[in-house]
Design a protein around this ligand. Structure first.
Ligand code: ATP
Length: 295
């Protein structure tokens, strides 16, 4: 069985408060993009355990891999005795704010449920997914959604209007844990207008969405990494309606109404920043598994 695990961006990301358990209460607008990892799953009758192979030597291929963990969670719960082979071809940049690992896990939950005929609903898969990571339930749901709590309380929203999404991952690493550790939730001066963005999504108003796009984690990450603001300016000068950081970064994305401007910006950024991963795509609607990879 061949699956695609799509990358997400946050059109809006607000942190409301730090909770006593150390997590933060969030309000985020999640959007799937057409960038994806490929996953092939094969049940091995009479086989034993899980075998994972990936094209990236620097990510773990055992229990530490979220795709592996997703498979073992379901297979243990349901006492599956057959083996499973997972081939994971990573394309989504790792540790980039694009939820690549979470999306791999979500795709494996969906695939294992089918291959071994476990009969779980999407909701039941989402409930199990949160044990693997806060973004996993959203990656099972897909599309456009409001995510609250630590990200697991989900409200589906209508599809965002068509546009071009330019993703640019600078050649730097940021640790999600450190970003949240450095955040002072009670000192956030300007919270994003998440409710206004929901209205704009309901009205299909791309400019209204763009004018409210904001990520409060950027105020933690960007001052230490000037390249983030540099990429954003590059995109906005090239005609993006807006450009902000996704998740805890460092990936920056721009929303373009005009696909030619987006293509031109992609080419220019690839030339100017050879160390960056620059990828042009579009919103991935829920249940749309046609080739949405973009260029
Ligand atoms: P988020 O947006 O949820 O913060 P991310 O894009 O920052 O996610 P990931 O790419 O999901 O981060 O992975 C971060 C870490 O998880 C890496 O250090 C990696 O070694 C580990 N990891 C485990 N499983 C996977 C996987 N299937 N793909 C990528 N990384 C994985």
């Amino acid at each position: 069985m061949d699956l695609r695990a799509f990358a997400k961006i946050n059109l809006g990301l607000d942190v409301q408060r730090k909770r006593p358990d150390g997590y933060h209460d969030l309000r985020m607008i999640m959007q799937m993009t057409g960038m994806y990892d490929r996953i092939s799953l094969r049940g091995i009758p009479g086989g034993q355990g899980i075998r994972l192979r990936t094209n990236l030597p620097y990510i773990p291929a055992d229990q530490r891999n979220l795709a592996y963990r997703a498979a073992s969670l379901l297979m243990e719960e349901f006492g599956v005795t057959d083996g499973l082979s997972i081939r994971l071809e990573k394309f989504i940049p790792v540790a980039a704010g694009l939820a690549g690992g979470s999306s791999d896990a979500a795709a494996v939950l969906i695939g294992v449920n089918e291959i071994f005929d476990l009969g779980l609903s999407r909701k039941e898969l989402m409930d199990r997914g949160v044990k693997i990571g806060a973004d996993v339930p959203y990656c099972v749901l897909q599309g456009t959604a409001l995510a609250e709590g630590i990200g697991e309380i989900l409200t589906p929203l209508p599809d965002m209007p068509p546009c071009s999404i330019l993703l640019a991952k600078p050649p730097i690493s940021v640790s999600t844990k450190e970003v949240y550790g450095a955040l002072r939730a009670d000192e956030i001066k300007e919270h994003p207008d998440i409710d206004g963005m929901i209205l704009a999504i309901r009205e299909g108003d791309l400019r209204g969405i763009a004018s409210r796009a904001k990520n409060v984690l950027e105020d933690v990450t960007a001052p230490n990494h000037p390249v983030i603001r540099e990429y954003e300016s590059e995109m906005e000068e090239a005609g993006a309606l807006v450009s902000i950081m996704s998740g805890s970064g460092p990936t920056v994305f721009g929303l373009f109404e005009d696909s030619r401007k987006a293509m031109k910006c992609r080419d220019e950024m690839r030339r100017k920043y050879p160390g960056a991963r620059v990828f042009l795509t579009r919103p991935q609607q829920k249940g749309d598994d046609s080739n949405g990879s973009g260029q």
